[in-house]
Design a protein around this ligand. Structure first.
Ligand SMILES: NC(=O)c1ccc[n+]([C@@H]2O[C@H](COP(=O)([O-])OP(=O)(O)OC[C@H]3O[C@@H](n4cnc5c(N)ncnc54)[C@H](OP(=O)(O)O)[C@@H]3O)[C@@H](O)[C@H]2O)c1
Length: 495
């Protein structure tokens, strides 16, 4: 089903309009929607922050944020930028909201936006509650069209803070008006999990503990913490990557088939999956989770020597873990996850390892040393989009030996260029009122409960850091986690 190119009508308000995310991702993504006809004439964009900018200055910044375009596209970009307006605004000052409301009303009339209001919170999370409360108390929520909030991560730093934030948001907005961004859910191949599973009998009929041995999810980063060090040190890989991105991916891999492919039905199944994920006691967390922190490399600092990081920091820059689901489909099938900074390369992949045939008829007596490989379905999420299915086939020639071969599909380079950026896709989904690829409160809550249980152990037990070198795939304990179960990571270094 190809999405219809339907024009959307709305007035956007970006809180944090002078910030890094807005300039790097949000304005270029909106421009793509404009180029593709999802936004045409009936939209206005208000940027706010405390800086005192004119509309012209803001429009210049928006135009500059759109990179790599041709001369003809530059004219289009100027027309696009003419829809942008700026107002200096301190989100903590109630008195500033009246002027913002006036501008929204003015643009709504000018662009005939049908009263639709989309508020994007591209600011530090500490401000999310106060903005939501002020939007409500100062009368910026109207009955004329829709009112939607798009919220950046992180959503809390544990269950309690996430609940406080959610309570503050839901005091002013309904759950179906809140769009919690997880940009991994905007990635083409993450969305393909559902297509692969529920569009193919040959895959979904095998998608259970009878045929699958284990599932591996790897989100590997090559860079260190760079300029985010002081933020990162208060977070760590478990909160920054596992609570949101990894558990979102895992819930899509583990969920039952939704009744229909709608946001409400998908959410029901993801929540059920997360509810059946085992929450570890401290001793089980010690066995099933591994944490790491990078050491110095040939030309790079150890994490503890990065600017803004305390010399005795116990913050993890790597996590590996074994997740278990207590339900009929997945009982006995481990989901191994790992993510880290300063690893061998930047990539995201999912490896679904199938069980070997119960009996290997090729092994004996013809070929006592032969061994069938496991079938592996690999979903390549990035940098390239594609998938591969490893199967056993006969080696060409005399005799009867088998060897693993790959049936694979990779998006060709031209198509790859057409793949929308996650922010483009998610902004479009929010305009369309489709929350399938946003995290619901229940998903966030169960994910925090899982993470909090691990932190109970990690916050009191002092780790032996640093414990892995840049360019590796993390500490040795990550490999040992699988070796203990008689398994190994499908993706290994130098293969
Ligand atoms: N940057 C990224 O790549 C990235 C990636 C994923 C998620 N995020 C999330 O996106 C959000 C924004 O990140 P960012 O990197 O863009 O932050 P940033 O560069 O620090 O920008 C923060 C923005 O908030 C404004 N601001 C601060 N205090 C304000 C106040 N009291 N009233 C009004 N405006 C105020 C700032 O402008 P003034 O100081 O002029 O007011 C600025 O425009 C955060 O939640 C972050 O976690 C960012």
């Amino acid at each position: 089903m190809k999405a219809l190119t339907r024009e959307n009508k709305a007035v956007f308000t970006f809180f944090g309009a002078s910030g890094d995310l807005a300039k790097r991702k949000l304005y270029p993504s909106l421009f793509k929607l404009y180029q593709k006809g999802y936004l045409k004439e009936h939209f206005g964009v208000i940027g706010t922050s405390r800086a005192k900018w004119s509309d012209e200055k803001f429009q210049g910044i928006v135009s500059d944020s759109i990179k790599g375009i041709s001369e003809t596209e530059k004219g289009q970009a100027a027309k696009f930028a003419s829809h942008f307006y700026y107002i200096a605004h301190d989100v903590t000052d109630k008195a500033h909201y009246a002027a913002l409301n006036d501008l929204i009303n003015q643009l709504n009339k000018q662009y005939e936006a049908q009263g639709n209001r989309l508020f994007y919170f591209s600011m530090a999370p500490a401000f999310f509650s106060v903005i939501a409360l002020n939007l409500k108390s100062e009368g910026l929520i109207t009955d004329e069209g829709y009112n939607r909030l798009v919220i950046e991560k992180p959503f809390g730093r544990d269950y309690d803070t996430a609940k406080q934030l959610n309570d503050a948001l839901t005091a002013s907005f309904e759950e179906d008006q809140i769009y919690r961004i997880d940009h991994y859910l905007g990635k083409e191949m993450i969305q393909n999990i559902e297509a692969l599973r529920f569009g193919n009998t040959i895959i979904e009929s095998l998608w259970n503990n009878r045929y699958i041995d284990n599932i591996q999810v790897t989100l590997s980063e090559k860079l260190g913490v760079e300029e985010r060090a002081s933020y990162y040190d208060t977070s760590g890989a478990l909160r920054d990557m596992v609570q949101n991105h990894i558990l979102q991916i895992v819930s899509q891999l583990a969920m039952e088939q939704p009744v229909a492919f709608t946001d409400a039905d998908v959410r029901v199944e993801k929540v059920k999956a997360l509810r059946s994920m085992r929450v570890y006691s401290p001793s089980a967390a010690a066995t099933n989770l591994v944490r790491g922190q990078y050491d110095a490399g040939e030309n790079s600092n150890a994490y503890r020597d990065e600017d803004g990081v305390p010399a005795d920091s116990a913050t993890e820059t790597f996590v590996a873990g074994k997740l278990l689901f207590d339900n009929y489909r997945w009982s006995g099938v481990p989901f191994y996850i790992r993510t880290g900074k300063k690893l061998a390369d930047k990539f995201t992949r999912i490896d679904v390892v199938f069980k070997k045939p119960l009996i290997d008829i090729f092994a004996f007596p013809q070929n006592p040393n032969a061994s069938l490989s496991e079938n592996v379905l690999t979903i390549y999420v990035e940098p390239n989009s594609g998938f591969a299915l490893r199967v056993n086939a006969k080696s060409t020639g005399q005799g009867f030996e088998t060897e693993p071969i790959n049936l694979d599909f990779f998006q060709d380079a031209d198509k790859e260029k057409e793949v929308p950026e996650p922010y483009e896709r998610l902004l479009h989904d929010a305009l369309e009122g489709n929350s399938t690829n946003f995290a619901s409160w229940s998903e966030v809550a169960y994910a925090w409960k899982f993470v909090d249980a691990i932190r109970k152990l990690w916050d009191i037990e002092v780790p032996r850091f640093p414990n892995y070198i840049p360019g590796s795939m993390g500490p040795a304990a990550s490999d040992e986690l699988l070796q203990r179960d008689g398994r190994s990571w499908v993706y290994k270094l130098n293969q």
